[in-house]
Design a protein around this ligand. Structure first.
Ligand code: SF4
Ligand code: SF4
Length: 444
């Protein structure tokens, strides 16, 4: 079985086995066994929903520390557009980029530039592609992984274009190699990430390689940037953050940046994304050309690793995009090399929800699942440590659980046992002139 990298981990010391997380996981990847949560690694898509919901802070995202900068001769920060919405209204993108240099990066390259390039590619893709409609964005790695796990039949809808992060990283590397004569391995490119899904995309990319060397959590680097903003040493005067690319940081921004008149739909929040994908699976929405789908409510400004409140960030992002648009009317368009932005091949499924790879065996197992499910109470209470009665039935068939994990089944068994104990307590050996067990049972 393939080994998967995961940014989302469990802190077993903090986990109290409360079962809060199991129902929120979109791929039913969590079980609670022996008083602790366990993540089924083949199913986890690193969406970070469990990080948000855990009341004990027992789920965490493993990201790269700032100290990793010391491993490289030349380091480049890649700020996600959502970073710009984390500070006060007077803080401009140029101030944040200056602060990134003050805290130790040698250079920066805005992911917003990559987003602007992909926006132009998407318009061409929509014109040229004969893939089934609606096409689905490849930008959110949590959504792509969700489709690999739960909707493998829809993978052919995904646009085979790289993400803005990867485009920005590749261009940043090329620029540093050309300008400074550096070798590829001397350059360290670090993404400032709003989510664990992007960390996983860096460590286990969809393409052949990632041009990013590490991902630093936005919430961890936030206070360093904030301190640097208070007494800046580097002033960036001539910054040109592209407005449409910056707008990708919030839900709807990606569609807004595709300037042509297509039928575009934006959906955000993992459970809304699932509802929409189910609709597409049923054959609906073929009148829609393109779906921008983001796992986080509000888009990347609502990522699990952003420090600021989503509603505050949304207003800041909207205001910033308006200002940038007004400032940039005279700027020339960004150059786009369409072919260099394509993914090398289709995205493969990860059919981990299948009961068996052997179809006959899978059918038999499914019949067992149906039978066990019908025998369970159907309350989906989660007390068994599985997210639903059906999930427990599947766990039993796969050998990961027993019917006695269900408290109601356990109660039934205890009642039977209690009745038997009453019978046994009334028995005496036949030599003492009393009935046998058989006689007693016949009376019951
Ligand atoms: S990160 Fe997402 S998929 Fe993984 S265990 Fe948590 S909620 Fe489930
Ligand atoms: S919506 Fe953005 S922040 Fe959330 S998982 Fe997707 S890429 Fe990450």
């Amino acid at each position: 079985m393939q080994k998967y990298f995961h940014s989302v981990m469990l802190d077993t010391e903090k986990c109290k086995g409360c079962t809060n997380c199991i129902k929120y996981c979109p791929t039913e990847a969590i079980r609670v066994r022996e008083g602790r949560a366990q993540i089924i690694e083949e199913r986890c898509i690193d969406c970070g929903e469990c990080i948000r919901i855990c009341p004990n802070r027992a789920k965490l995202a493993v990201t790269d520390p700032l100290e990793r900068l010391a491993e490289y001769k030349h380091t480049i920060a890649l700020p996600a557009p959502s970073l710009y919405a984390q500070f006060g209204p007077r803080v401009k993108p140029g101030d944040i980029l200056g602060a990134l240099l003050d805290i130790g990066f040698d250079d920066y390259f805005e992911v917003a530039v990559g987003a602007e390039i992909i926006s132009a590619c998407l318009a061409k893709y929509l014109r040229d592609s004969d893939l089934p409609r609606p096409l689905i964005s490849s930008a959110c790695p949590a959504v792509v992984r969700l489709m690999q796990v739960r909707f493998p039949g829809l993978l052919e809808h995904i646009v085979l274009l790289d993400t803005p992060m990867e485009i920005a990283a590749r261009l940043a590397r090329e620029k540093a190699m050309q300008k400074l004569g550096l070798k590829d391995e001397e350059i360290g490119v670090f993404f400032i990430t709003p989510c664990p899904a992007k960390v996983t995309a860096v460590k286990q990319p969809f393409g052949n390689r990632s041009y990013v060397d590490g991902a630093i959590s936005m919430s961890i680097i936030y206070s360093d940037i904030k301190n640097a903003l208070q007494s800046p040493s580097t002033i960036i005067r001539e910054n040109r953050s592209p407005a449409a690319g910056v707008g990708w940081g919030k839900a709807g921004g990606e569609n807004h940046a595709i300037s042509e008149h297509w039928s575009l739909l934006a959906v955000d929040g993992i459970h809304s994304v699932i509802n929409l994908l189910e609709e597409i699976e049923r054959g609906g929405l073929s009148d829609i050309d393109y779906v921008e789908a983001q796992a986080c409510t509000g888009g990347c400004i609502g990522g699990p690793l952003v420090p600021q409140n989503l509603f505050v960030s949304r207003v800041r992002m909207e205001n910033l995009v308006k200002i940038l648009h007004a400032e940039q009317e005279q700027l020339p368009p960004i150059k786009v090399d369409y072919d260099s932005c394509k993914l090398p091949g289709p995205i493969k499924p990860r059919p981990t929800l299948m009961l068996s790879e052997d179809i006959n065996e899978a059918i038999k197992m499914l019949e067992q699942v149906e039978k066990i499910t019908a025998d369970l109470p159907g309350l989906d209470c989660g007390s068994c440590g599985s997210p639903s009665c059906r999930a427990l039935a599947e766990d039993i068939v796969r050998g990961y659980g027993e019917s006695s994990y269900c408290v109601f089944k356990l109660k039934e068994k205890l009642q039977i046992l209690a009745r038997e104990m009453v019978v046994l307590s009334q028995m005496k050996p036949p030599a003492m002139g009393r009935e046998t067990l058989k006689d007693n049972q016949n009376k019951q």
